[in-house]
Design a protein. Structure first.
Lengths: 118, 111
């Protein structure tokens, strides 16, 4: 059981280049999320998805696009990378929220993708 | 705007010295309060989820409690392997379905 897997783990981009981060989960979770973590800022939600074919904006969506074509995969794209997007990116997944709480009671995180834009 | 504030930012304890970490939250309709542990270079690892004031959960040397305004993570007789950054996060009923995180408490347990 791999859980939440992110690829690549490390990447260096030049300003203006594009790239895609891939997140895969094998827990049949409905919800998937992309966060970024910066020193002194904590984890911030970029985009999320509540099911296959759906996406929604989080707290810091500008400069990013996402797609959820398959239930198990959630892609995060940078169309034109900027130095301000240098960060550690975390993908997460969970079952859905119900009236009594989060099914499964937790949101699982991947190991992170370190992105540097020069 | 949902806010989660953790204190202290950093805490250094001697092995066996018990203490508490604080997480105060301001969210529109709390759906759940989460605690995670994060080791350097790793993703957050789930510890606890609390749903209502008065709820408590325990795991080994850790105990999490929840009131209407804050949550505490109590660490009893900590060991060096408990050294990590502890993250608190709140799920709000008023916004996106993700979590709002605090900045974390960096805990160091000295032998």
């Amino acid at each position: 059981n791999a859980g939440v897997t992110q690829t690549p783990k490390f990447r260096v981009l030049k300003t203006g280049q594009s790239m895609t981060l891939l997140c895969a989960q094998d827990m049949n979770h409905e919800y998937m999320y992309w966060y970024r973590q910066d020193p002194g800022m904590g984890l911030r939600l970029i985009h999320y998805s509540v099911g296959e074919g759906t996406t929604a904006k989080g707290e810091v969506p500008d400069g990013y696009n996402v797609s959820r074509l398959k239930k198990q995969n959630f892609l995060l794209g940078l169309e034109s990378a900027a130095p301000s997007q240098t960060s550690v990116y975390f993908c997460a997944s969970s079952y859905r929220w119900t009236l009594t709480g989060l099914s499964g009671n937790t949101i699982y995180f991947g190991e992170g993708s370190w992105l540097t834009v020069v | 705007e949902d806010q989660v504030t953790q204190s202290p930012e950093a805490l250094r304890l001697q092995e066996g010295e018990s203490s508490s970490l604080n997480c105060s939250y301001t969210v529109s309709g709390l759906r759940g309060l989460f605690w995670y542990r994060q080791d350097p270079g790793k993703g957050p690892e789930f510890l606890f989820t609390l749903y209502s004031a008065g709820e408590e959960k325990e795991k080994e040397r850790l105990k999490a409690t929840l009131t209407k305004k804050e949550s505490f993570l109590h660490i009893t007789a900590p060991k060096p392997e408990d050294s990590a950054t502890y993250l608190c996060a709140a799920a709000s009923g008023g916004g996106a379905d993700g979590l709002t995180f605090g900045k974390g408490t960096h805990l160091i347990i000295q032998p």
